[in-house]
Design a protein around this ligand. Structure first.
Ligand SMILES: NC(=O)c1ccc[n+]([C@@H]2O[C@H](COP(=O)([O-])OP(=O)(O)OC[C@H]3O[C@@H](n4cnc5c(N)ncnc54)[C@H](O)[C@@H]3O)[C@@H](O)[C@H]2O)c1
Length: 271
């Protein structure tokens, strides 16, 4: 597919770690659809990941930024405008990490310093991105800013732990800042609630394989892949979705509105 629907548009893509990352797939598609953008990730991820491979394929520059650092973000937004020669039309926040999940802490035994880190990296950083975009006057009118979230913000999935709180914060920020940015600059702000996806962040959750299979069976269309998610993101960066803002958009093959499916009934009968 190539319809040049992002032709002439400029942006920033956060969070491409490796070829499984949702941000990685999005970058390839955005490039294919005619966008120009800068790739960014935390300095440590730049050292460990393979973002330079992606940058080459997309003819993009890489600028490091820890999304929790206002200084890094300000530097990023200022440099991007210079490098791309103008203001931005889209920003993708594709960032998530919980030290408690990573280190296997039980929900009844959370380390609170780590909890605050989870909230900062996975939730508050979205506010920081939005605030810095506003303060540096980086966005064009009708721009689109997106973050990725998960349905654990609304329903309990035990192993998702403190990431559930971070995602609730993230989605709430999209509504509050979405209002502000619409009034200020007609910029739209949304979150996409994505199916479980085989990526580094996804598979860090205990029992992910079983859980992935459960969600697949519970979704009439099956789980949405990272590739599907990237396509949806491109549509939300395009001019075809200009009036969509302040929403949490379910991209989950129907999971969120399903009570039970025949596949699960069959499986439960066999047990
Ligand atoms: N994989 C899933 O099952 C799934 C489902 C729903 C939503 N999501 C969300 O999608 C987004 C992208 O995750 P992914 O699945 O592509 O996994 P991923 O591991 O490829 O991407 C997560 C990214 O966050 C980056 N990151 C972590 N700390 C950072 C910091 N301080 N500053 C800047 N970047 C930082 C990592 O370097 C990495 O590139 C996340 O918000 C995740 O929660 C994932």
């Amino acid at each position: 597919m190539n319809h040049n629907i992002l032709g002439g548009k400029k942006g920033i893509i956060f969070g491409a770690l490796d070829e499984n990352s949702i941000a990685w797939k999005t970058a390839l598609k955005a490039h294919n659809e005619g966008a120009q953008f800068v790739l960014t990730n935390a300095p440590i991820a730049l050292r460990m990941g393979k973002i330079n491979e992606l940058a080459k394929q997309c003819n993009a520059e890489v600028i490091p930024a820890d999304a929790t650092s206002l200084e890094d973000l300000t530097n990023l937004f200022e440099q991007v405008q210079e490098k791309l020669g103008g203001k931005l039309d889209f920003v993708l926040h594709s960032i998530g990490m919980s030290p408690n999940v990573r280190k296997g802490k039980a929900y009844g035994d959370l380390n609170y310093d780590w909890f605050l880190k989870t909230l900062d990296i996975s939730g508050v950083s979205f506010h920081k991105v939005l605030q810095v975009a506003e303060k540096t006057d980086s966005m064009n009118e009708w721009g689109s800013i997106l973050a990725l979230t998960y349905i654990a913000a609304q329903r309990t999935f035990p192993d998702y732990s403190d990431m559930a709180q971070a995602k609730s914060v993230l989605e709430s920020i999209a509504r509050s800042y979405g209002y502000r940015f619409a009034k200020l600059k007609k910029v739209r702000v949304n979150t996409i609630s994505q199916s479980p996806t085989m990526t580094t962040a996804g598979s860090g959750v205990t029992g992910f394989d079983v859980f992935f299979d459960y969600a697949d069976k519970m979704s009439p269309l099956g789980n949405a892949s990272a590739e599907d998610c990237a396509n949806y993101i491109i549509s939300l960066f395009s001019d075809y979705t200009r009036m969509v803002t302040m929403q949490n958009l379910m991209h989950d093959g129907g999971f969120s509105n399903s009570g039970i499916t025949e596949e699960l009934i069959e499986q439960l009968k066999q047990n």
